[in-house]
Design a protein around this ligand. Structure first.
Ligand code: NAD
Length: 450
């Protein structure tokens, strides 16, 4: 069976690919299993050299990979270049991390106790369509650094950059069988990986709904699982904030990648005393977003991933919004930047839209802001805008989310841990913390008694 990969900006086919089934999945797992004993014993310095070579190859192919990603996801080309730049940085980082991830000796009676970091074996990596190469690298980097072999399943809609990355792995000298990519359905290939007895761990990024299935499926073999799931993050604007800066930044924190971002600050909480002024500034800033051809260097806002997804996003907007931007006519899964007024009980404020729709919610004071920010099943990201440093820290400690920023809307850095609280998942990616998710600690006692 083959399936067709589309360009979301034109709806034109850009590739026709064979779909893997259960048999191909089992074969890929067997290849990864066979490659594991040799890969885990590659000397740390050599493994680091291989990962560095991969990082350098990604740098050398930035333009090619960025164009693949831009056409397949409908991303602005300038953003896609940045994302591929991050992929290279991730491989550089984990190349450098390999010999800094070590055990300890622990004082005990009668001998020496030492800990070792052992690889898990074959790891299944299941990734979504919104940042395909980036999220794949966040898992590949630490998994390979720890000495695991992998089977990577990209999302059905966006497999092209993962296939190219697998070729670059081989070109870098990473042995055959260490990195395997399977193009296929989540319900078939993904499900098989989750249940496969030779897979030691599933590293999953995707929706909370599928995350639940991953946990259930993994229970049968007590598989390790890390989950990076959905979000409904709050961008909290206090009356003492630099309102101009906060308003200039807010649209990009929810409309970037057409809102298809797990960290999207899609609930904008604004203190009542500055609500009207902030709304004016927010709408003005949103009007400035450049919507158009993803291949154009100046483009900031792009189409959604598919027709079906556009329908879902549209279902969140009933009635007249506070603001609706422009979107091109003609082919492509376009949806305009949209700002609506809401209470935190409305569907728009409770569910992840995963599209360019922001809900603006007023609040009274700090306690009210904390209550609203935390009144969600999710806990991935968020921002606090205030000039009061003590308040910023109080808020940062009180908000139940894994990744927060103060007077900024950033979430992701190569060297800092990334992941969620509550139903946004568990486990951390990026930084040195990610290595914990791809290794087991082994404790060894050596008697010194004669
Ligand atoms: P999705 O859950 O539908 O799919 C994610 C991956 O899981 C895909 O590769 C898909 O093929 C696979 N899959 C689907 N059904 C499966 C099954 N039954 N068994 C095994 N695998 C299966 O998510 P999506 O629509 O691709 O991506 C959007 C979601 O991802 C959003 O909820 C978003 O918030 C989330 N996301 C989270 C993060 C994060 O780091 N927290 C990052 C990006 C996206």
């Amino acid at each position: 069976m083959t399936f067709t990969v589309l360009n979301p900006a034109t709806e034109e086919p850009i590739a026709e690919l064979e779909q893997a089934g259960v048999e191909e999945t089992d074969e890929a797992v067997a290849r990864a299993k066979a490659a594991f004993p040799a890969w885990r014993t590659v000397a740390p310095g050599d493994r680091a050299r291989l990962l560095r070579r991969l990082a350098t190859l990604v740098e050398e192919h930035t333009e090619e990979l960025a164009r693949i990603e831009s056409r397949n996801v409908g991303k602005p080309i300038s953003g896609a270049r940045g994302e591929i730049g991050m992929v290279a940085q991730v491989f550089h980082y984990y190349a450098g991390a390999i010999d800094k991830h070590f055990g300890e000796t622990i004082p005990v009676a009668g001998g020496v106790a030492a800990t070792f970091r052992e690889p898990l074996g074959v790891v299944g990596l299941i990734v979504p369509w919104n940042f395909p190469a980036n999220i794949a690298s966040w898992k590949l980097g630490p998994a390979l650094a720890c000495g695991n072999t992998v089977v990577l399943k990209p999302a059905e809609l966006t497999p092209l950059s993962a296939l190219r990355l697998a070729e670059l792995c081989l070109e870098a000298g990473i042995p055959e069988g260490v990195v395997n990519v399977l193009v296929g359905k989540g319900s078939i290939v993904g499900q098989r990986l989750i249940e496969h007895p030779d897979i030691a761990k599933i590293a999953f990024t995707g929706s909370t709904e599928v995350g639940r299935l991953v946990m259930q499926g993994a229970a049968g073999t007590i598989k390790r699982v890390t989950l990076e799931l959905g979000g409904k993050s709050a961008n909290v604007i206090f009356e003492d904030a630099d309102l101009e800066r906060a308003a200039a930044s807010a649209p990009y924190s929810v409309f970037d990648n057409a809102g298809q971002d797990c960290c999207a600050r899609s609930r904008i909480l604004v203190q009542k005393s500055v609500y009207d002024r902030f709304l004016e500034l927010l709408i003005e800033a949103t009007k400035g977003i450049k919507v158009g051809d993803p291949a154009d260097d100046a483009t900031e806002m792009v189409p959604l991933i598919s027709a079906a997804h556009r329908e879902t996003v549209a279902s969140f907007v009933d009635g007249e919004p506070l603001f609706r931007g422009d979107a091109p006519d003609g082919p492509g899964f376009w949806f305009p930047c949209t700002i609506v007024e809401a209470t935190n009980d409305d569907r728009i404020a409770r569910e992840e839209v995963f599209g360019p729709v922001a809900a603006v919610i007023p609040f009274e004071d700090e306690a009210d802001a904390i209550r609203i920010a935390n009144d969600t099943p999710y806990g991935l990201s968020g921002s606090i805008w205030t000039r009061d440093g003590a308040r910023a820290l109080r808020m940062a400690r009180a908000i139940e989310a894994g990744v927060l920023s103060v007077n900024a809307n950033t979430s992701v850095r190569v060297s800092t841990p990334f992941g969620g609280f509550k139903q946004s998942g568990f486990g951390r990616e990026l930084g040195m913390h990610a290595l914990e998710g791809y290794s087991e600690i082994k404790s060894v006692f050596i008697s010194t008694e004669s």
